[in-house]
Design a protein around this ligand. Structure first.
Ligand code: ADP
Ligand code: ZN
Length: 217
């Protein structure tokens, strides 16, 4: 099963992504995580993308598409993958369509006022990737023992820019995938567990459908 996860920054993609890949045995490909890892390690790619992430702008399509293509060509992706944070532009979506089969696009929907507040109070674990919110978790350390961080691009000004970029460049993908008939909207309001219940239902139904289509009996 190949899935694309869509949603505004702060819609909860990361939290759902973790649960989806564990439950359904998919490879998790987060372009944001790949970029941040490369920046941390100061690789050639990291140096090229650093300034874009700092400003909350998108990395150019050519570079981003190359990164995703390289990852999707690795053997483990045969068992199915979930793209988190890609595609983010119509250009990226068009190229992905030419190269890969997508079974489902999940779109997490959340009010804009809510995502802004969520991002500014978001804290992440640089070691295991768990995501927290200062309003519901007052500790400064992850359950794995690592110190939590406030991502540089989660500061208020950058957040505003990321949301504007999302509206201008990524939101049109919803209509694009609606036309293709493969998108399902999921209400992203409420707790991570509430949203997971809804997500699991939709994914379970899709998997059963795909099995029924491919099973010879
Ligand atoms: P969020 O979904 O919380 O905004 P991500 O971790 O997905 O954050 O992405 C962080 C940053 O990485 C983006 O603001 C952008 O600069 C860059 N990035 C991630 N995915 C893409 C993409 N598909 N195209 C261009 N830039 C991207
Ligand atoms: Zn951790």
């Amino acid at each position: 099963m190949n899935i694309v996860l869509l949603g505004a920054p702060g819609a909860g993609k990361g939290s759902q992504a973790k649960k989806i890949v564990e439950h359904f045995g998919l490879v998790h490909i987060s372009t944001g995580d790949i970029f941040r890892k490369n920046i941390k390690e100061q690789t050639e790619l990291g140096k090229q993308v650093e300034a874009y992430l700092e400003r909350g702008e998108l990395v150019p399509d050519a570079l981003t598409v190359q990164v995703v293509q390289d990852r999707l060509s690795q053997a483990d992706c045969q068992k199915g993958w979930m793209l988190d944070g890609f595609p983010r532009t119509l250009g990226q979506a068009g190229i992905l369509d030419q190269k890969q089969r997508i079974d489902l696009v999940l779109n997490l929907t959340v009010d804009f006022g809510v995502v802004e507040a969520r991002l500014v109070s978001r804290r992440v674990c640089p070691a295991c990737g768990l995501v927290y919110n200062t309003q519901t978790y007052a500790e400064s350390v992850c359950v794995c023992g690592e110190r939590l961080v406030h991502r540089a691009d989660d500061q208020s000004e950058t957040v505003k820019n990321r949301l504007a970029v999302y509206q201008a460049q990524t939101e049109p993908l919803i209509e694009y995938y609606e036309k293709a008939g493969c998108i399902k909207n999921i209400d992203g309001m409420g707790s991570v567990e509430d949203v997971w219940e809804r997500t699991r239902e939709v994914l379970g139904a899709t998997r059963n459908f795909l099995r029924a289509m491919t099973c010879g009996c």
